[in-house]
Design a protein. Sequence first.
Length: 280
Amino acid sequence: MRLSSLRWIARAAIAVTVMALLPALAASPAQAALVNTVTGSGGVVQIAPGASGHGVATCPSGKTAVGGGYDKQDSSILVDVSRPDGNGWRVHAWNTGSIALHIYPWVVCATVTGRVIANAAASVPAGISASATAACPSGRRLTGGGFAFDTANGMASANPNITPVMNGPSGQGWKADAFNVTGVTRTIRSYAVCATLPSNTIIGAPGTIAPGQSPSIKANCPAGQVATGGGFAYGGANVRLEWFSVPGATTSPNNWWVFFKNTSPITFGVVVYAVCTPGT
């Protein structure tokens, strides 16, 4: 299992390099770089034991939601929705613990033109993994993306026991991959946030997580670019590793970081992604 995970890292690192070298889309004079990006949290969402809850982080007037993520208090919180919602970012989660716990939805906001949200869905049969990839339309570039289980409206799912093993960029699109540990077929839906941009860069930061480790890994954007979206991937298994997936603080907007917690006896290969676009 350990050797398999390390080979997975190598393949993922190669894929990241290829993605970063994708040919540029033709830019028109009307296309402009992002300016004055801001990052914000939607505040605390308290969830009772055995219950679910959701919250939305909303962009200020004059800004548009281009990406988002989540922070959670404990690994007992299982996030099953992290997706764009109007001019904000919606997060839904289940509390499988014995005490009240909370989540924080995060959103990245920017000045952009031509924003569209693409989505795609796939069935995930019991006991296996499957993926859905939402592609940006021609003439648009990816800024961020997310996922939802079992529902198109992003409000709730029937059961939290489905594991997101990838929530990250795939070319000029967004891929959501999940492992279904329930006894029934589930649905996974991916969301790609796209906009009219002169360029973007996909950065991947690979790493390994040994049993018992709880590291944070950052994907850093090149100079002059900011992280408008980001995510993660790891070797497919019915083990949840991600704890939170969030943009850099407003004082450091050029990275995306993911905190992992490995409670299994297996070493996993992981990749943290940042979608980088010109801006300040």
